[in-house]
Design a protein around this ligand. Structure first.
Ligand code: NI
Length: 648
């Protein structure tokens, strides 16, 4: 299609923007949608899946100086429900025109929030669905929760090319009751979301509703433990960080905050001040996608999995956080401005929480001869957000420590997904968590895209394993072992899994910058608890989420390679994302590398996970290895103490 070229005057709204990586403002989101609407002929039933900043190229970002003019481009993904087609657009906000407009054949944008509600209303009103409810003794469809799940891809002819959701349904006993206590087993609706019509109702047979409620809300609990005394966090002089727009400085750390509807929290330009300058470590870090495969093979459960970023847009499902509840202490909040399905904007107030935490001791030694004690307290900067995806909550917590360590921790909580089971039966692929209530075994796989820049863009990744020296002249007593570093030179070589028994880690090194000891400076990726998938290599979910099969992937930087599952995982048959990016086995040595770390959290549910799961944790760390010339936290001052300072 031809693109109008007349230049329109800049509206001046970019005065609110001070850096090329600032997320689009609410005004810019609406302006981008309006420019597209007025310059392209869009159908009357159009949904805006994405309106985000199209990030400028790295050279433009890295050379940016305050006061420079800022180019603002918006990237949009549009779903035309009438035409059943997906379009990508780029809108120049400076020029007020559409600069790129392409139809993307054969893809489905993620399921949007509006579609959740429309789908629920549709299914509740469906006569066949109501008849199936009546068979189960359910008379009030308004108390039925209809959760639309992404349908995946199984090669069924009647599903080909259609935009789908497959529902799982639950019954509340009152409007605030926890409906997940009563799965309506054996019943699902397959919905065409473009036509917004029910394709069919599947009824695999009645299973009685579990007998017990499963409520956790304060109104139902009634009696609380009485022995908790107040615990106050006070910072009488305020926090130690400073914030300028989306830019943050804390201790020696410098970074920028971003946010997208798909990824949620994004960190940019993370660096640590040392030797009189800010030394870069990470150019960009964010969740790239995640998936939750379930292990039950039955007819109404084998399709149960969810790509919560790529299929649902976990950023757009982010909570507005509350002081004293989600976060404690001196908090700085960042709001998130995101697009609605109709091309408007909405704001999630307090989407990102930032605060400091005391983290126990940083280092300590007692000179046992003199009795002299030196101890320092550790403090960390916490930047976090929490999203609700259907029944589940995910908290994403980035920690910055004074010693140069960066840690990512995921907090998993919320309500486990449940299924009904006949009285007296014991589930094989799940755990009985309450009478006649089965919680299926499942896994949560996250992939984080870490665009590294350890003291510059040209980095090399090495795998470090500790090996036992064989017995022989060099090891006559059998005690010898050593750490061995092997460079990972190509994308295929760099597809790795963890090996805790060899103390395996991956070192991102800058071969052209040496520390005071003459060694290349580096940062290591330290895996935490991790696991591999149990699905068969030929299973649909392994094809569609190939990223799960390796914990480490390394690619050379490419601006359009942003997701481990590719741009459109919803209903994608498989092979996209990391398996596709790495097919040509590009070189990844001494170049601008991107690390992709896959993190698997294994969940065999416990009765204690019901009716709401206490937080489970998983994560990884990035830790300096010869990045500094010596311990970087000798200059942390001793704390004041009521008996004097914390040193003798
Ligand atoms: Ni779980």
């Amino acid at each position: 299609m031809a693109i109008p070229t007349e230049k329109q005057p800049d509206t001046g709204i970019r005065q609110a923007v001070s850096h090329p990586l600032d997320p689009l403002t609410a005004e810019e989101i609406v302006e981008a949608a309006n420019i597209l609407k007025s310059q392209r002929r869009l159908g009357s039933r159009v949904r805006f899946e994405t309106i985000v900043l199209r990030e400028p190229g790295k050279p433009d970002v890295l050379s940016f100086q305050p006061g420079n003019s800022i180019r603002r481009d918006a990237f949009l993904v549009v779903l035309d429900n009438e035409e059943e087609a997906t379009y990508e657009a780029v809108v120049s906000l400076n020029e007020g025109r559409v600069t790129d407009w392409n139809k993307v054949p054969g893809v489905q944008p993620r399921i949007m929030f509006d579609e959740f509600f429309e789908c629920e209303t549709l299914v509740r009103a469906n006569p066949d669905f109501r008849a199936a409810l009546a068979k189960r003794g359910i008379s009030d469809p308004d108390l039925v929760m209809v959760d639309p799940w992404s349908a995946g891809y199984y090669g069924f002819a009647d599903e080909e090319g259609r935009r789908l959701a497959l529902t799982r349904n639950f019954l509340r006993s009152s409007p605030t009751d926890n409906g997940y206590a009563r799965p309506i087993e054996g019943l699902s609706a397959l919905v065409d979301l473009n036509k917004m019509e029910v394709m069919r109702i599947d009824d695999y047979g009645v299973v009685p509703l579990p007998p017990n409620p499963g409520n956790y809300a304060a109104e139902f609990v009634g009696e609380f433990r009485q022995d908790l005394k107040p615990l106050e966090i006070t910072q009488p002089e305020g926090p130690s960080f400073t914030v300028d727009g989306h830019s943050v400085a804390w201790q020696k750390w410098h970074l920028r905050i971003g946010f997208t509807p798909r990824e949620g929290l994004v960190l940019y330009n993370v660096g640590y001040e040392d030797q009189g300058r800010v030394r870069p470590i990470l150019y960009r870090a964010a969740l790239s996608d995640m998936v939750v495969p379930y292990g039950d093979p039955s007819k109404d459960h084998y399709r149960k999995n969810a790509f919560d970023a790529g299929e649902y847009g976990i950023g757009s499902l982010t909570n507005s956080l509350t002081l004293g509840c989600d976060c404690l202490g001196e908090i700085h909040y960042f709001d998130a401005d995101l697009n609605t399905g109709r091309g408007g904007s909405f704001t999630i107030p307090n989407a990102v929480c930032m605060h400091e935490e005391d983290y126990g001791i940083l280092w300590k030694h007692t000179d046992w001869r003199t009795g002299q004690v030196e101890v320092r307290r550790s403090r960390r900067l916490v930047i976090s957000s929490i999203a609700t995806v259907g029944n589940y909550e995910y908290g994403f917590f980035w920690y910055f420590y004074q010693d140069g360590t960066i840690q990512l921790e995921i907090k998993l909580t919320g309500i486990i997904n449940t299924a009904g089971i006949a009285e007296g039966e014991t589930p094989r692929h799940g755990t009985l968590v309450a009478p006649q209530l089965n919680a299926h075994v499942h896994q949560h796989f996250f992939n984080f895209r870490l665009d590294m820049s350890v003291d510059g863009e040209a980095n090399t990744v090495l795998e470090v394993n500790t090996v036992a020296e064989p017995l022989g002249p060099d090891n006559p007593h059998g005690n010898a072992f050593y750490a061995e570093a092997t460079p990972l030179k190509t994308e295929q070589e760099a597809q790795r899994v963890i090996d805790p028994m060899s103390g395996r880690y991956w070192l991102v090194s800058n071969p052209s910058v040496k520390n005071a000891l003459g060694r290349p400076v580096g940062y290591k990726l330290m895996p935490g608890e991790n696991i591999l998938p149990f699905a068969h290599p030929g299973a649909s979910i392994i094809q569609r989420a190939g990223f799960m099969t390796r914990h480490l992937w390394v690619t050379p930087y490419a601006p359009d390679e942003l997701s481990a599952t590719g741009p459109y995982p919803n209903q994608h048959p498989g092979g996209a994302g990391l398996p596709e990016y790495t097919r040509n086995d590009r070189k990844v040595e001494n170049t601008d590398v991107v690390l992709w770390y896959t993190l698997g959290y294994h969940h065999v549910p416990r009765p204690e996970d019901w009716p709401i799961s206490p937080v489970g944790y998983c994560g990884f760390s990035l830790k300096p290895v010869g990045f500094f010339d010596t311990n970087p936290v000798l200059d942390v001052p001793p704390s004041a103490h009521h008996n004097g300072a914390c040193h003798a």
